[in-house]
Design a binder for this molecule. Structure first.
Ligand code: ZN
Length: 492
């Protein structure tokens, strides 16, 4: 979305007012429905995200997903149904869902068979009769799910979609792989609660975001697991996993329920580092305020894919991260936990805002590590500073990614460096106030780079547009406040 390029809005509003205004500006584009004079028109096939224009959909908002999975065995196709309760934001002749692969069986709208056609990742649904603006409707899609379906990116994501394990599956939906798992409104700015109903053989355990609502034995020697995400979440943060798991329960600060999900053979070998979660929570809460959800836990991934993912309330951490050194394990654990505030509770408005979420996750990961046996933050930032012009050339400026370079190093250390520069500029006390205002003011909402610049300016009591813009968008790395001796290496 193009709000990053508009001129700065009037400053010096009270903080609360600023947040209200910012929130109004961050409404996803599809909510500004076209003027149709009540005449039904097709919903937009995408939200127009600059990096992934067809991701997400226009003309409606999802109120809740109900995901039914009749899981059978690793890498084995199974029957699935997704039921979506939605509200139209315009009069709709037809509308789209994001859906990739799998074998589609049927689509109904309010119980009546609907037309369905597929092109690329777009599933276009034509209801029997048009949907009036502002009405609530129910879409049901039945399909055979392919739990071996993955895609690949040449950046920190690597493989995404369904990732098989020896006795089950985990999922990596980021950035836009949820559509391989269920038909959805697949963009990080679009959030809805999810009810999961997963049936498995009796010797497996299913888990998902949020809380276990029920575990019921069903005919055929199977078990049905129902989970409720409790809070809305972006599709990229969905987790559902099946395997021979042990659920390890404990408590975090203030009695926060903790639930790790661990393959049997990995319970003991990973216990030492998993037990550090309460310390990590306490350390982050001291800086950021209360943890934003009702529960947390670590899902230990029995997979060779060495990528961790901040799936909401249940971070997926590959076993290798928990079987190495303590310093490395804590960096990964704190990184994913930090995302629960940055990227999960405060969601991305567009993919160009990814630097906010990854930059913060890396910044707190390094800040924690420095105080717990790891490298110094300053040394790491000096190294990132030296490479920053090269990264700008290779991967785009922090807030100016392109689709292929989205999850490259600039979004991690390169974006933590922007936050470091901001802290050097405004001082630690003001920086901490900005951080707290961000996670409390935008809790449970989407926010953009524009919002971050505006909020930082409000809290600091000075216009930081001129300072932050070159850091976020410029071709050349600005001088580092407080470190006139730091130099940027020449670009090759
Ligand atoms: Zn991250």
């Amino acid at each position: 979305m193009s709000t990053n390029r508009t001129t700065r809005r009037g400053a010096r509003l009270a903080l609360a007012a600023a947040i209200t205004v910012a929130a109004a500006l961050t409404a996803p584009p599809s909510q500004a429905a076209p003027a149709t004079d009540g005449r039904p028109l097709p919903g937009a096939p995408g939200l127009g995200d600059p990096l992934f224009p067809l991701d997400g959909n226009g003309g409606y908002r999802v109120d809740r997903y109900y995901l039914d999975f009749d899981w059978q065995a690793p890498k084995t196709p199974f029957e699935a149904a997704t039921t979506i309760r939605a509200t139209s934001t315009q009069a709709l002749s037809r509308f789209n869902l994001d859906f990739a692969g799998n074998t589609l069986h049927a689509v109904t709208v309010d119980g009546a068979r609907a037309g369905a056609s597929r092109e690329g990742d777009e599933l276009t649904v034509t209801p029997k009769s048009p949907i009036r603006k502002g009405s609530s409707f129910t879409v049901k899609v039945t399909y055979t799910a392919d739990p071996a379906q993955t895609r690949h990116r040449d950046d920190a994501i690597e493989d995404y979609g369904w990732i098989p394990t020896p006795d089950g599956t985990v999922v990596y939906p980021q950035p836009n792989g949820a559509r391989m798992i269920f038909p959805s409104d697949d963009h990080p700015s679009r959030r809805a609660p999810v009810t999961f109903r997963i049936s498995t053989p009796a010797d497996r355990t299913a888990v998902a975001n949020g809380k276990l609502v029920s575990r019921v034995e069903v005919p055929g020697g199977r078990v049905r697991w129902t989970y409720d995400s409790e809070q809305p979440l972006s599709t990229q943060l969905v987790q559902l996993a099946v395997g021979k798991f042990r659920l390890v329960e404990s408590e975090g600060p203030g009695g926060l329920p903790l639930r790790d999900v661990v393959p049997e053979a990995l319970v003991e070998p990973t216990a030492e580092y998993r037990k550090l979660t309460p310390d990590h929570l306490a350390w982050l809460e001291e800086r950021l305020g209360p943890y934003p959800f009702h529960r947390y836990g670590v899902l230990v991934g029995d997979t060779d894919l060495g990528v961790a993912l901040e799936t909401q309330t249940l971070s997926l951490v590959p076993k290798a991260d928990l079987l190495g050194t303590k310093v490395d394990a804590e960096r990964n654990l704190v990184h994913e936990l930090t995302h629960q505030w940055f990227g999960n509770s405060v969601a991305l408005e567009s993919w160009s805002d990814l630097w906010v979420s990854e930059g913060h996750a890396r910044f707190y990961e390094r800040l924690y590590s420095e105080a717990h046996g790891g490298d110094s933050l300053e040394a790491a930032m000096k190294t990132a500073y030296a490479a920053h012009d090269q990264w700008r050339k290779d991967f785009g400026a922090p807030a100016e990614p392109t689709e292929p370079n989205l999850f490259k190093r600039m979004r991690y250390d390169g974006s933590a460096l922007v936050l470091y520069a901001l802290r050097e500029r405004v001082g630690d006390a003001t920086f901490q106030k900005i951080e707290r205002a961000w996670v409390s003011g935008f809790k449970g909402r989407t926010a953009s780079t524009r919002d971050f610049v505006d909020l930082a300016s409000q809290v600091a009591g000075e216009d930081l547009e001129g300072f932050l813009r070159p850091w976020l968008y410029g071709a050349k790395t600005p001088p580092m406040p407080g470190h006139p001796d730091w130099v940027v290496d020449p670009v090759t």
